[in-house]
Ligand binder design. Sequence first.
Ligand code: SF4
Length: 359
Amino acid sequence: MSSVLKETMSAFCLPEDFAHPLLLWYNEKKRDLPWRHTGDPYRIWVSEIMLQQTRVEAVRKYYLRFTEELPEISDLAACPDEKLLKLWEGLGYYSRVKNMKKAAQLSHDGLPKTYDSLRTLPGIGNYTAGAVASIAYGLPEPAVDGNVLRVLTRLTGCREDISKQKTRTDAEDCLRKYLCGHPEAAPGIFNQAMMELGALICLPNTDPLCVSCPVQKFCSALRDGTVSKIPVRAKKSSRRIEERCVLIIRDGNKTAIRKRPNHGLLAGLYEFPNIAGYKDADEAVQITQKMGFTVLRITPLPDTKHIFTHLEWRMRAYLIKTAQTEESLREDIILADAEELQKIYALPSAFDAYKEDVL
Ligand code: SF4
């Protein structure tokens, strides 16, 4: 178990008996997901990291492909970076899968078996450590993600700002204490039931389905009429906006791509050539010529945007047909056909809108 339980002035005070109806509901209503059929810590870890990236439904296919290609933690530890990034393509936050590989390389005998030792691995924070420790090892550790925090704040009527680390720590302390005092609650099932309730019933950004909620009779927010006001979240600082011009350069049946630097945003991935700022068609032609291409035709494509955590790319793009000019190409430019783009080179989802022009 993790560090000694602290007696704190917690913002959360959980009703004693709510776990029983919650677990009954989960048993009956839970979604059938591939990672719910395994007790393998490695697979549970993979699914939990993927679930932090995207929607449950989207994770299915990534999870199945990843665990088929890399069935054991030792396969992940030995996986070449290019292949790993390709397996992660479309999930975003590529640093997470790089950290997974580092963690796998440090776990010669499989993943560690305690919360504290899991926490020492690269890329494993409180949530992931709690999820693996409780689901794979049955330890009374909390796994507090956005869904759980929403359920918990509404259930207890907590008005603390959920973007503050202290609120999250209080939530973890409260749940750890609850799990330690209620061994019948089965920590792994309990944590998943809380997440499932947040995903299916206690919904964000819309009215939650309180009439169908198994714990409605314990819910402070429902009783006090404050459901729409909880959870409280301080306004986020706005994202930096960056305008970019993206060049989809087609040379016969091949497309120009280049590798991004090995550090910083989207490190080590491939991209369509792009430059800062919006460019008009004449400027785009000149830039393409400087790469060594002879431009035959240029067509504007629809503008798109992609949102990162603290940054938003607003993209203006051109489809540019060129003549065969391979010998004179700038050396950072790679010409790849559709099969190579699908199987070898990992292109981040920021460029998804333009992939259909080349695949
Ligand atoms: Fe959420 Fe409504 Fe259930 Fe309360 S009663 S936990 S607000 S779904």
